[in-house]
Design a protein around this ligand. Structure first.
Ligand code: NI
Length: 256
């Protein structure tokens, strides 16, 4: 068994081919996929998919790229959406200072208001952090954002940052970049942090793992991420699959 903890099946690159993609995932023994929204419309689609397919769960929220779309009205719509069945977390939310597609003060505001929303709903949060480690950590600490746990998705920081994040009650999720030869910093984190806090994901359709770089990514490919993790931890693949699935179920509170 294996869980892909972060997918965007509602993306137009994947949705048009969904039956094939879900069949591939089944053949690769992926039990569950966590479909993550990045704005209100994509969050609604994630919930629709979760209601249609037993193997899909939904996360609803607004990505830092789209932070300027999160007004009061959208926030209350998100609140109602988050109460629907099979919504297991709020996100993806956070800060992206690499692309800065929304102004940084707006990104912070949207991040904080979604942390408050998740706390009201007693749900964990899914964080996107790119080149914004210190501000993400400061906000997490100040807002006590880990009170219902959460996930730092597609982790790209160094070991001391991972340890600080875990102290704030967060899990660390690794995606395709862990399979890249030059990802030494990520390899070190994956090899050293406690296995109890590690998840695996594809972030599909983005970030295809080796040896599939440049091709469309899909949930079946999370096996490459798990295999690399097994190599780094000197564990068997079934053991890594079992542990990361157990961790995913814990943080998303999936039973069964
Ligand atoms: Ni994502």
């Amino acid at each position: 068994m294996l869980i892909d903890s972060h997918v965007h099946l509602q993306d137009k690159k994947l949705i048009s081919d969904l039956p094939v993609i879900l069949a591939n995932a089944k053949a690769a023994e992926i039990d569950y996929m966590i479909c993550v929204g990045y704005d209100y419309a994509s969050s609604c689609k994630a919930v629709d998919l979760a209601h249609k397919y037993s193997q899909i769960y939904a996360v609803v929220g607004v990505h830092p790229h789209d932070a300027d779309t999160l007004d009061e009205k959208t926030l209350s719509e998100l609140y109602a959406l988050a109460k629907k069945p099979k919504v297991v977390a709020i996100g993806e939310m956070g800060l992206d200072y690499y692309r800065n597609l929304s102004p940084q003060d707006q990104q912070k505001k949207a991040f904080i208001s979604q942390i408050h929303l998740a706390k009201e709903l007693y749900k964990p949060i899914v964080i996107h952090d790119r080149d914004a480690h210190q501000d993400v950590l400061d906000i997490i600490k100040k807002e006590k954002a880990g009170v219902n746990q959460g996930i730092m998705h597609c982790f790209s920081g160094h070991l001391p940052f991972a340890i600080e994040i875990m102290q704030q009650n967060f899990y660390i999720s690794f995606a395709g970049p862990i399979t890249y030869k030059n990802a030494k910093k990520t390899h070190e984190v994956a090899a050293k942090i406690t296995m109890d806090r590690i998840l695996v994901e594809t972030d599909c359709p983005y970030l295809s793992p080796e040896p599939l770089r440049g091709k469309r990514n899909e949930p079946a490919n999370v096996t490459y991420v798990a295999a690399k993790l097994a190599e780094l931890r000197r564990k068997s693949l079934p053991e890594v699959e079992y542990l990361t699935s157990r961790n995913s179920k814990q943080v998303f509170r999936i039973t069964g």
